[in-house]
Design a protein around this ligand. Structure first.
Ligand SMILES: NC(=O)c1ccc[n+]([C@@H]2O[C@H](COP(=O)([O-])OP(=O)(O)OC[C@H]3O[C@@H](n4cnc5c(N)ncnc54)[C@H](O)[C@@H]3O)[C@@H](O)[C@H]2O)c1
Length: 274
């Protein structure tokens, strides 16, 4: 469905790795809504080359950048402004990685070098992205900056490991930097807290299938999928959300406000059905 909600808007989309990536769906929907953008990902993540397909389908340029590297980010933002022929209206940070999760290291036995790497990639990179855009003064007035997060920042999900702490830090950066963006440029900064979603990053979490099924049964509207998340991102980039800022926005079918649902409770009532 296209209503040209983003006609004339320019942006940068971080984190499209393959067709399952949330950022991939965001790029497709932003394109359908009339936006122009540059795609970026870590050089190492581009080896599979799938992002070329997305670039072709959306008429976008790819500029590789490690989101933890300030030189890469500087080149990316300068390159994007030059290619798009003007300042930016939106930025999507859709980046997450924990070495401890990847290597199956338990939360009570973390490797701190790995922790620092994951924290830099998953949380500090959001500050680095915004600081680069700030120093280059390359956001338009009333622009919108978004990062994706997960509710393990507020509630305990044991297998989410040190990513829970990274997400808490990420959400705090959104509020802290969002203040300065608002005052200086009327730019809004928010995080979207998305349901568990079957992607490369998601399925790195131990027992992820069970986790997805549980969240689905707990949520009155069921889990939100990647396409639905992309629609929410489009809305946050559109002019319909100009005064929404410093928020952590739950996009989870209602999960975050549930205690228990009938269908989950049924599993624990003796004799099965209520
Ligand atoms: N999948 C879920 O269940 C879920 C739920 C809530 C939030 N999120 C968040 O959504 C975002 C996108 O993840 P996804 O689920 O689409 O998975 P994904 O694996 O498709 O995307 C993660 C991206 O991060 C990129 N990345 C890693 N290191 C990088 C670096 N140094 N520089 C630049 N990019 C780097 C990867 O290449 C990849 O494209 C992440 O922030 C994730 O935590 C995911």
């Amino acid at each position: 469905m296209s209503n040209n909600l983003l006609a004339g808007k320019k942006g940068i989309i971080f984190g499209a790795l393959n067709k399952d990536s949330i950022a991939w769906k965001v790029a497709e929907q932003c394109h359908a809504q009339g936006a122009e953008f540059v795609l970026t990902n870590a050089p190492i993540a581009m080896r599979m080359g799938e992002i070329n397909e997305l670039a072709e389908a959306t008429g976008s340029l790819i500029i590789p950048a490690d989101a933890t590297n300030m030189e890469d980010l500087d080149k990316l933002f300068k390159g994007a402004v030059e290619h798009l022929g003007g300042k930016l209206d939106f930025v999507l940070h859709s980046i997450g990685m924990s070495v401890n999760v990847r290597k199956g290291k338990h939360y009570t036995d973390l490797n701190y070098d790995w922790l620092e790497k994951g924290w830099d990639v998953s949380a500090v990179s959001f500050h680095k992205v915004m600081q680069t855009a700030w120093n280059l003064d390359c956001m338009n007035e009333w622009g919108s900056i978004l990062a994706l997060t997960y509710m393990a920042a507020q509630r305990t999900f044991p297998d989410y490991n040190d990513m829970a702490d990274n997400k808490a830090y990420l959400e705090s950066i959104a509020r802290s930097f969002g203040y300065h963006w608002g005052v200086k440029k009327n730019v809004r900064v928010n995080t979207i807290s998305q349901s568990p979603t079957m992607t490369t990053a998601g399925s790195g979490v131990k027992g992820f299938d069970g986790f997805v099924a549980y969240a689905d049964k707990m949520s009155p509207l069921g889990n939100a999928d990647a396409d639905e998340c992309a629609s929410y991102c489009v809305m946050m980039f559109s002019d319909f959300t100009k005064k929404v800022t410093l928020q952590n926005l739950y996009h989870d079918g209602g999960f975050s406000n549930m205690g228990v649902s009938d269908v989950v409770m049924d599993q624990f009532i003796s004799g099965g059905e209520k």
